[in-house]
Design a protein around this ligand. Structure first.
Ligand code: OGA
Ligand code: MN
Length: 288
């Protein structure tokens, strides 16, 4: 029987679980404890997890069914549940998405049923002078919402925003323009509208559910007003007190909640330095 300890990553959110080896059997009781830590903390870190691809998938499936991403080119061969984030090339082709997530976003917020969470396993981490590069930043959308003035919180509670995948997909990025999305991909990705203040599906806490990566506009608001308000909210999320910055080690399994957090890949490494991360993505439940 494995026993776990918990270390907070920041005062407001995030926790490391120590003493659990995810390659070993996880009892239902232990799993329930892990799930509770995840729901309460939004980001959960397990270090030293040298998992096979199937072990990564199997642990992820304990939380429920997994997503198969629309970017088929970034999925692992024979294991489409794994979305590969990597700048590594094999046979002249990238093995995954070369520069995924280098902007503030939550995974799959552009779906009618957004993802519950993602589990990213670090397989290769770029290093310089003994220090790991390619950090990932997280923002607590619960802390961010709590940090807004009451009158603005109330105004936001009655508003919704439109999300679209193409906004993040087509943005400028160091590796240049991506292939346009195919008509099939676009058809699978209609505009979706979600409340700006989303009740967390497990804790009921209010989360600020707008992200710079995929949100295009506030519904029913003049364009300039919508842009100004979104811009204010995106900037507000960047306050130090809402942020956790993760410095990766090979074998880190980091999981995050796609309602109570947003994330951004810092991308501060050279294209010649290898980085490879494997992601599984949990399906979610309808937005209340
Ligand atoms: C992701 C993502 C960030 C990173 O996998 O969803 O945004 O640092 N990755 O690789
Ligand atoms: Mn992401």
């Amino acid at each position: 029987m494995q026993a776990m300890q918990i270390r907070k990553l920041t005062p407001r959110f995030g926790a490391e679980i120590i003493g659990v080896d995810l390659s070993k059997p996880i009892s239902d009781q232990l799993f329930r404890e892990i799930e509770a830590v995840f729901n309460d903390n939004g980001v959960v870190l397990f270090r030293g997890q040298h998992l096979t691809e199937d072990q990564h998938i199997d642990f992820s499936k304990r939380f429920g069914p997994l997503e198969i991403h629309v970017r088929k080119d970034a999925l692992m061969k024979h294991r489409p549940e794994v979305f590969v984030v990597s700048n590594v090339y094999e046979d002249g082709k990238p093995i995954g998405s070369v520069d995924a997530g280098q902007f503030w976003h939550t995974d799959l917020s552009y779906k009618k049923i957004p993802s519950r969470g993602s589990l990213l396993l670090a397989r290769e981490v770029p290093m310089r002078d003994g220090k790991a590069l390619g950090d990932t930043l997280f923002c607590s959308t619960i802390a961010a919402f709590e940090g807004l003035p009451r009158d603005l919180q109330q105004k936001l509670e009655s508003l919704s925003a439109t999300h679209h995948y193409e906004k993040g997909y087509n943005r400028d990025r160091p590796s240049g323009k991506r292939k346009p999305l195919t008509p099939e991909q676009m058809a699978a990705l209609p505009d979706v509208v979600h409340p700006i203040v989303r009740k967390h599906p497990f804790t009921g806490k209010p989360c600020l559910f707008v992200n710079e990566g995929y949100v295009t506009e506030i519904v029913g608001m003049p364009r300039d007003e919508s842009e100004a308000l979104l811009d204010r909210l995106f900037k507000h999320c960047l306050k130090d007190e809402f942020i956790y910055r993760h410095n990766w080690r090979v074998g880190d399994l980091l999981m995050w909640d796609n309602c109570s957090t947003q994330h951004n890949a810092a991308g501060n490494y050279e294209p010649t330095m290898r980085r490879r991360m494997d992601r599984t993505t949990l399906t979610g439940t309808a937005v209340a």
